[in-house]
Write a protein that binds this ligand. Structure first.
Ligand SMILES: Nc1nc2c(ncn2[C@@H]2O[C@H](COP(=O)(O)OP(=O)(O)OP(=O)(O)O)[C@@H](O)[C@H]2O)c(=O)[nH]1
Ligand SMILES: [Mg+2]
Length: 447
């Protein structure tokens, strides 16, 4: 990336036609750009009715300009927002005009990256901007907004504060390496350590739950032909998405649909029924089924309730990767004449339903949430990314290890320092450039 504050611009609204389209520019001084395009510099933070002008002074479009002089802007630099009509060509012309005037096309996430570099947001907040844009459910959006407003960062800061106080207590004794911790300090340190372990555990639990809202779950419907996989997809989705017929081998290609349960996005995948076949198309479909099973968080293994779990089903079960949770779904209880039910034993969960009549589907929905590890409503959760979970887990490990070293203050101090490094990485205080590159490159252009 070139100089951090050279002027950049991008179309900030999605491609295609819309009522309004926005071109946004940011840089250390945008007054020249404003004069060239608008003929004047608009008053700060007041909507101005303007014409956007081309190189010859002819109007490209009429619209609204908003000028946010540094530092009171999204990026902390001068920001100019040009709101025109939302047509592809108009916006391209407006963007081209900015580029003619020496402004560079922004890279993905570059506006937010600048906001981060100018201390407008910490890294966890910057990440939540992308999470908010990508939120798949209401709960995920609310959760991302809370992170954007700094609730997650504040919780991490609070952990950091507790950790630093404990470190100060411990490090004070390090100047006298021959001595152990003073008994009073030691009792105090132990109490603080216990509180810290609890606090990290709580943050981790809230983050694990929140990360479910972000990534959702990959749920694959698998089983022998004709057991009712496509019917179950349609039932869960509430729509006729997949073709259902009485002919075994109906589904050839995977069909997917995102549904939400209690705000948790579930990506449900219906697959081709598993059997030995000579049919080339069906064999390719079955290969796809196995590939989907390989990516699943949960496999719902459907069986015909009248036949129960057969030897063939058990062979399939054996091939499901150990990381995936599995649930037997005994479908067609209306034909079997049995009642909806959940059965749990040590190794397996079975749910008895009818995709056709809807009997027992509420039990299946509830079970899916339980299997996903979903425990509560979305209040109070942190929209965590894998990166945050890893850092919190590592911080927990180092803090726990620290607890084993109360008689060795230098080891205790070292473990606490490592725990602090992990917490620091969440807010990005000392984040390496490649981490920033990785995070911001996944944003859309114009954000
Ligand atoms: N009575 C009854 N019939 C069902 C039920 N679920 C599915 N069926 C019927 O079973 C047949 C097969 O259903 P599908 O949903 O196409 O089965 P599938 O597992 O997707 O089959 P393939 O795509 O061939 O692997 C259809 O005739 C459905 O109407 C159920 O719960 N009760
Ligand atoms: Mg099917």
């Amino acid at each position: 990336m070139s100089q951090p504050d050279d002027p950049i611009a991008a179309i900030a609204t999605p491609p295609g036609r819309g009522g309004i389209g926005v071109v946004r520019a940011s840089g250390n001084n945008l007054t020249l750009l404003a004069r060239a395009i608008l003929g004047r510099v608009p008053a700060p933070r007041v909507a101005a009715r303007v014409s956007f002008l081309d190189a010859h002074g002819a109007a490209i479009d009429d619209g609204i300009a908003l000028f946010f002089p540094a530092p009171r802007s999204y990026t902390g630099e001068d920001v100019l927002e040009l709101q025109g009509h939302g047509g592809v060509v108009v916006l391209q012309m407006l963007l081209k005009r900015c580029l003619e005037l020496g402004v560079r096309l922004a890279e993905p996430g570059e506006f937010t990256r600048r906001a981060f570099l100018n201390d407008k947001l910490d890294l966890a907040q910057a990440e939540s901007v992308a999470d908010l844009i990508e939120a798949a459910t209401d709960s995920a959006a609310r959760c991302a907004l809370r992170s954007l407003r700094g609730e997650f960062s504040a919780a991490i800061e609070e952990l950091m504060r507790q950790l630093i106080e404990l470190r100060m207590l411990v490090e004070a004794t390090l100047d006298f390496p021959e001595e152990e911790l003073d008994p009073l300090d030691r009792a105090d340190a132990k109490a603080r350590h216990t509180a810290l372990v609890c606090a990290i555990e709580t943050a981790l639990a809230k983050s694990r739950q929140g990360s479910l809202l972000r990534t959702g779950l990959q749920v694959v419907l698998a089983g022998q032909p004709n057991v009712g996989k496509s019917s179950l997809l349609n039932r869960l989705a509430g729509e006729d998405l997949a073709i259902v017929t009485a002919i075994p081998g109906t589904t050839r290609d995977s069909v997917r649909q995102v549904i939400q349960l209690d705000g948790v996005p579930l990506n449900i995948v219906d697959t081709a029924g598993l059997r030995d076949t000579q049919d080339e198309v069906e064999r390719l479909g079955i290969a796809r089924t196995w590939s989907e099973i390989g990516k699943a968080d949960v496999v719902l293994l459907l069986v015909d309730a009248r036949a129960g779990v057969t030897k063939k089903d058990l062979e399939m079960l054996d091939r499901i990767p150990p990381g995936a949770k599995r649930v037997f779904v005994h479908n067609k209880i209306d034909l079997a004449g049995s009642a909806p039910a959940v059965q749990r034993d040590q190794n397996s969960i079975s749910i008895h339903v009818s995709a056709k009549t809807g009997l027992g589907i509420d039990l299946l929905r509830a079970e899916l949430l339980t299997v996903a590890g979903w425990q509560q409503g979305a209040e109070d959760l942190f929209m965590a990314r894998e990166r945050h979970l890893v850092a919190l887990r590592q911080a927990a490990v180092h803090t726990a290890r620290a607890g084993e070293h109360f008689s060795r203050p230098e080891l205790l101090a070292e473990e606490l320092r490592l725990a602090q490094d992990q917490l620091n990485s969440i807010s990005g205080e000392f984040a390496a450039d490649d981490l920033l590159g990785e995070i911001f490159s996944r944003f859309c252009i114009g954000k």
